[in-house]
Design a protein around this ligand. Structure first.
Ligand code: ADP
Ligand code: MG
Length: 286
């Protein structure tokens, strides 16, 4: 009867677009206390769009596009899309380098240029007007990147990634089941809090470097079993560390490989459904 219950459970899941990859995760599900979620692509659509450009728009966009042409980050895609729409040409960049959790640098027209967040600005001063603008945009849930040339900021670009239409309902359901909900993201604290407020998540851990996500999951495991939901390359170690790793089907291959459960519809509401289905299946096996 045991393997039959497992087959029925996984078969039922598959029909709903919930793939239970290994039966082992079922055992953990009963005791999950905390659901930790990545932001970009998990809670949000993962399709960021440029909303504001401060500074000389064409110049700021041209420098940014020259750098981001070599990056595969979702923010880079947003900037390249905007450059295309605005008919702004990218110049050749050399010595490109991506700085984890911060941004990108390269030489453009023999000048050192960068695009990135405020952690990129150790030696560069932001004037108070630009600082105020940054705070205002971040409070609107927009990610702000600065564009600089030769250690001087020439402008900033604000990029918005809206929550998925179903995320708010998904969080409400998890909370109604008594689960603790946490957002874990590499993005800025203010942006993360603004998104968390929109969807009803109570706890936010922001400004997390990609390599540190798994450590945060481990720390949360002191309070009970943890399910982690994510989609990115940088989510793979956290998906592995968690008691239950849940990957979005739209995610990167490495995230999907690392998750014990895969949500093919990329709908955050399926987290509660997957937990429920696993619980039922496991209790039937027992
Ligand atoms: P996440 O996937 O959670 O957004 P990342 O570690 O990929 O986290 O990025 C964290 C932050 O680093 C971004 O919000 C952005 O401020 C900055 N950043 C990373 N890559 C780039 C890039 N290619 N261009 C501009 N900023 C970047
Ligand atoms: Mg993500």
């Amino acid at each position: 009867a045991t393997p039959t219950a497992l087959m029925v459970g996984t078969g039922r899941g598959a029909k709903m677009g919930i793939l239970i990859k290994n039966g082992e995760v079922l055992e953990e599900v009963n005791d999950v206390k905390t659901v930790v979620m990545d932001k970009t692509g998990t809670i949000t659509n993962g399709k960021p769009e440029v909303t504001d450009i401060i500074g000389n728009e064409k110049q700021v966009l041209s420098i940014a596009a020259s750098l981001e042409e070599s990056s595969e980050h979702p923010l880079a895609t947003a900037i390249m899309d905007k450059a295309k729409v605005e008919n702004v040409q990218a110049n050749t960049a050399t010595d490109f380098s991506a700085v984890e959790g911060k941004g990108v640098t390269a030489l453009v027209d023999n000048q050192k240029a960068f695009v990135g967040n405020d952690k990129m600005l150790s030696d560069v001063k932001i004037d108070s007007e630009l600082q105020d603008k940054m705070v205002q945009l971040q409070n609107e849930a927009k990610t702000v990147v600065f564009v600089g040339v030769d250690d001087k900021i020439i402008g900033l670009i604000a990029i918005q990634d809206a929550p998925k239409a179903t995320s708010k309902e998904a969080i409400a359901t998890l909370k109604a089941r008594g689960l603790r909900t946490v957002m874990l993201t590499g993005d800025n604290q203010r942006v993360a809090e603004a998104i968390a407020k929109e969807v009803g998540i109570d706890e936010v851990i922001a400004d997390v470097l990609p390599g540190d996500k798994a450590d945060h999951v481990q720390a949360l495991q002191k309070d009970g079993k943890v399910a982690f939901v994510g989609d990115g390359i940088n989510d793979a170690p956290a998906l592995t560390m968690a008691d239950v790793g849940i990957a979005m089907g739209s995610g990167t291959d490495i995230a999907i490989e690392s998750g014990g459960i895969v949500l093919m519809k990329n709908d955050l509401r399926d987290v509660a459904k997957a937990l429920e289905l696993s619980r039922k299946t496991f209790n039937r096996i027992k």
